[in-house]
Design a binder for this molecule. Structure first.
Ligand code: FPP
Length: 228
């Protein structure tokens, strides 16, 4: 097996609890979490990881207090302040999730603009899952398939995967969840079937490059046989 994961998908959990522990407002947890992406993306680039996927906003998160959701949108709008170093040359940026729904148009436009500008970058594909839920993704895929009138006898796993948001991406080799909970909460359910699952108590704003190194070292120790 390849000892370096090609694709790492991260659930950045614990922003609010981190802020609370510090006696700081919730919003600061998210802003500090946004800032933290930079050093983690840099570490992943240094390690040679080609796909990094962050769950930046779930379909469930959108049901939170409007002020909090608007704050997260404002962070997306300022994404170049956080990730400009990579978005110039190294990382191809893309979105998965239902971006057309519930996301302010100016935010959609900004993200689409960056995706277009970075499409030729080759070192890494940096994906943000926004308004993403795994069941929602599978439903959207199924609706698309039915609308096209696909003949059920031609349906294979490979054909189905082509309707998912991740159609051009390899499956994640490892999923990392920060913040202490040991569940996937609907993150990439189809794609994560054979992923190694790594849970850490460290809350996202405090998650460091050394912590990512620990996860990658742990991954190298796992025996992956894909059920064979
Ligand atoms: C989960 O922590 C995190 C989120 C709901 C939002 C994550 C978004 C960011 C870090 C912004 C990224 C944006 C840019 C532009 C780089 P939580 O709020 O569920 O924390 P809790 O588990 O402590 O309640």
């Amino acid at each position: 097996m390849n000892t370096l994961p090609q694709h790492i998908a991260i659930i950045m959990d614990g922003n609010r609890r981190w802020a609370k522990e510090q006696g700081k407002p919730t919003m600061l947890g998210h802003s500090t979490g946004a800032k933290n992406l930079k050093r983690i993306v840099q570490k992943a680039l240094d390690l040679g990881i080609s796909h990094l996927t962050f769950w930046a906003l779930s379909t469930e998160n959108l049901k939170r207090d409007k002020k909090e959701v608007d704050h997260i949108f404002s962070l997306f709008e300022k994404i170049t302040d956080y990730l400009d170093d990579f978005l110039q040359n190294d990382a191809k940026f893309q979105i998965i999730g239902d971006i057309s729904e519930q996301i302010p148009e100016k935010v959609q436009k900004k993200l689409a603009d960056i995706a277009e500008k970075t499409q030729n970058a080759t070192k890494m594909t940096l994906t943000f899952a926004i308004n993403y839920g795994g069941r929602d993704e599978i439903l959207r895929a199924t609706k698309k398939m039915l609308a096209e009138g696909l003949d059920p006898s031609t349906l294979t796993e490979e054909a189905f995967a082509q309707y998912l948001d991740t159609k051009d991406m390899p499956n994640p080799d490892m999923i990392i969840r920060t913040g202490g909970n040991k569940r996937l909460s609907g993150y990439l359910p189809w794609q994560s079937t054979y992923a190694e699952l790594y849970f850490t108590d460290i809350k996202w704003p405090a998650y460091s490059p050394e912590d990512l190194q620990d996860a990658v070292d742990w991954y190298a120790d796992q025996q992956r046989n894909f059920g064979k």
